[in-house]
Design a binder for this molecule. Structure first.
Ligand SMILES: Cc1ncc(Cn2c(C)c(CCOP(=O)(O)OP(=O)(O)O)sc2=O)c(N)n1
Length: 568
């Protein structure tokens, strides 16, 4: 006689969801399709949030900014090949910016891909991903899903955070596995991003260098914001009395109105400082590689970074401090009293104050003007004055002139509230970051967008409306990329490469999805619309008409454009 013993089984679909939830991950950003539609349905049915997008790059950007805000990897889920490739830009950008995220894509079976037999959406995704992310893994057996998710989480957040690719062939999801065995295969990641303490001698060396400094400067990078060591970083700045300069996404670690902020004297302090403490700021193109006329006189650098190989990347580092930023800053603070470091010279502080006063007066003169139509400055003054009333607002910002001017005009008062084009200067992060920030924080978001930049992700207005997110998008509409005045030299029918439809009404776009559209032609109209939109807490778009002649090609990066011989 045979006995039918029923064995409870589960499958790969359920195991992926169980493994994510087992590690306290509650949200997936993605775009459904073969073979992951049912995975998205199941995630939602099992109590996770699945935020469905209109393009995978925006879902990836939302996952990346969620990782930056929480220090837990954001999850992006896509279909194979084209969907994976659309997500790959966001994965690469996350890795470049050190945002922890995991791109999970369905894929074709190995035996078909490796024989190149022409499967539906066939691509060797694991090998395509590898050069563009921090780590990449593939899972072939259901019992390995738990360890695969664990490896991806640890790789994304440990050491220097970044993007991780996890390849899930379609048949893995349908694989069945005995339920008890499945449960035992789950892995809860313990201490995913362990503290990495600096060597005592490195701390002493750094403090000794600071002791000898006459014109010290602290430079805060977005790594300092990511570290969530806000109190210690503020204490280090305030106890040393050293002037500081925040990179754009580090703004708000101390309020931009802080007396020690040297932002209004940026060029002066970079050129004149003698010892510079880099806190989670890499000496890449954003800091002129630490050399040349931007940096003027020879400097000595203290560099705090979690990656030892970051040291000497561009210039010699006199005092490398390798470890996680919280541990490094904490060690400096602990050694401060015993190091006998004096407050900076009054002459140095006075020179900075004078330069700040001069530059602030120049900016005030620009901001006080009220040209018709608006220019970047009058529009940004209006936004600045409204946002002053919302110190915890999330601000997304991209464009060329819109990015450059907003960075110095709109003050930040709290850390991890400004999200922008970052290390790559990438366009297209706008709506993805806005959705990621709104879903992650549950708080209002204002996205200040160049009209070209907005165009990269504008279809996500429907996503914002569908989830009723408190996102107000302000489109700086100057009729084109950088500006709207270029002309086709041939006189032909085609407009110039940088010009858009004149006087477009982007506010009508959001109305198509039930959002609130505003059309603003003056700073007063802009301020009124912005205040109303934030108070309403609903999806809104303000079409801000900006003088089409106001832009500069490539904003402050004009010098990066190669000059064609014909132009010389
Ligand atoms: C993905 C991508 N494509 C193209 C660019 C080149 N680019 C582009 C296309 C910009 C848009 C500038 O136009 P805008 O209207 O957004 O901004 P402003 O009007 O504020 O100058 S800024 C910039 O560097 C980029 N950085 N990233």
């Amino acid at each position: 006689m045979t006995h039918n013993v029923s064995v409870e089984v589960t499958d790969g679909f359920h195991l992926v969801i169980d493994a994510l939830k087992h590690n306290d991950i509650d949200t997936i950003f993605g775009l459904v399709g073969i073979p992951i539609t049912d995975l998205a349905r199941l995630a939602q049915a099992e109590g996770m949030r699945f935020i469905g997008f209109r393009h995978e790059q925006n879902a990836g950007n939302a996952a990346a900014i969620a990782g930056y805000m929480t220090k837990k990897p954001g999850i992006c889920l896509t279909v194979s090949a084209p969907g994976f490739l659309n997500g790959l830009t966001a994965l690469a950008n996350a890795t470049t910016n050190c945002f922890p995220m995991i791109l999970i894509s369905g894929s074709s079976e190995r035996e078909i891909v490796d024989l190149q037999q022409g499967d539906y959406e066939e691509m060797d995704q694991l090998n395509v991903a590898r050069p563009h992310c921090k780590a990449a893994f593939r899972v072939l057996k259901a019992e390995d899903i738990g360890i695969g998710i664990a490896r991806a989480i640890r790789a994304a957040v440990s050491g220097r955070p970044g993007g991780v690719y996890l390849d899930l062939p379609a048949q893995l999801l349908a694989q069945t596995i005995e339920a008890g065995h499945a449960q035992r295969s789950l892995v809860k990641v313990i201490d995913a991003a362990p503290r990495q303490l600096p060597a005592p001698e490195s701390v002493e060396r750094a403090l000794a260098l600071l002791k000898g400094a006459k014109k010290p400067l602290i430079l805060l990078g977005k790594g300092a914001a990511y570290a969530q060591a806000d109190a210690d970083i503020r204490a280090f700045v305030e106890r040393t009395g050293i002037p500081y300069l925040p990179m754009s996404m580090a703004k708000g670690l101390l309020p931009d109105t802080h007396a020690q902020s040297a932002s209004a004297a940026r060029s002066f302090v970079l050129a004149e400082a003698d010892v510079v403490v880099l806190v989670g700021a890499r000496l890449n193109w954003l800091l002129a590689h630490g050399k040349g006329k931007t940096w003027g006189k020879p400097k000595q650098f203290v560099q705090i970074d979690i990656a030892p190989t970051e040291m000497d990347s561009n210039v010699a580092i006199a005092a490398p401090l390798v470890g996680d930023i919280g541990s490094c800053v904490g060690a400096l603070l602990a050694g401060l009293d015993g190091a006998g470091i004096d407050k900076p010279d009054e002459e140095w502080l006075g020179a900075i104050a004078q330069r700040k006063e001069q530059n602030t007066a120049k900016m005030a003169a620009l901001l006080d003007r009220n040209p018709v139509p608006m220019n970047f400055h009058s529009a940004l003054r209006s936004i600045r004055d409204v946002l002053k009333e919302y110190p915890d607002i999330n601000l997304v910002n991209e464009g060329a002139n819109t990015l450059d001017f907003a960075r110095s005009i709109i003050d930040q008062y709290q850390p991890r509230k400004r999200f922008d084009s970052g290390t790559w200067g990438i366009m297209g992060i706008g709506m993805g970051f806005a959705i990621g920030a709104a879903v992650t924080s549950g708080k209002p978001v204002v996205a200040v967008e160049g009209d070209s930049a907005f165009g990269f992700s504008g279809m996500e207005l429907e996503t914002i409306c569908r989830y009723e997110l408190p996102v107000t998008t302000i489109v700086f509409n100057n009729n084109g990329v950088y500006r709207g005045t270029d002309v086709n030299p041939t006189g032909g029918k085609d407009v110039a490469p940088t010009v858009f439809v004149k006087n477009a009404r982007y506010d009508k776009m959001i109305e198509a999805f039930g959002g609130i559209g505003y059309h603003a032609t003056t700073p007063e109209e802009l301020a009124r619309a912005l205040s109303e939109a934030i108070a309403a807490g609903k999806p809104a778009l303000i079409n801000a008409v900006i003088d089409e002649t106001a832009g500069t090609e490539s904003g402050r990066l004009t010098n990066l454009n190669p000059q064609s011989a014909a132009k010389k």
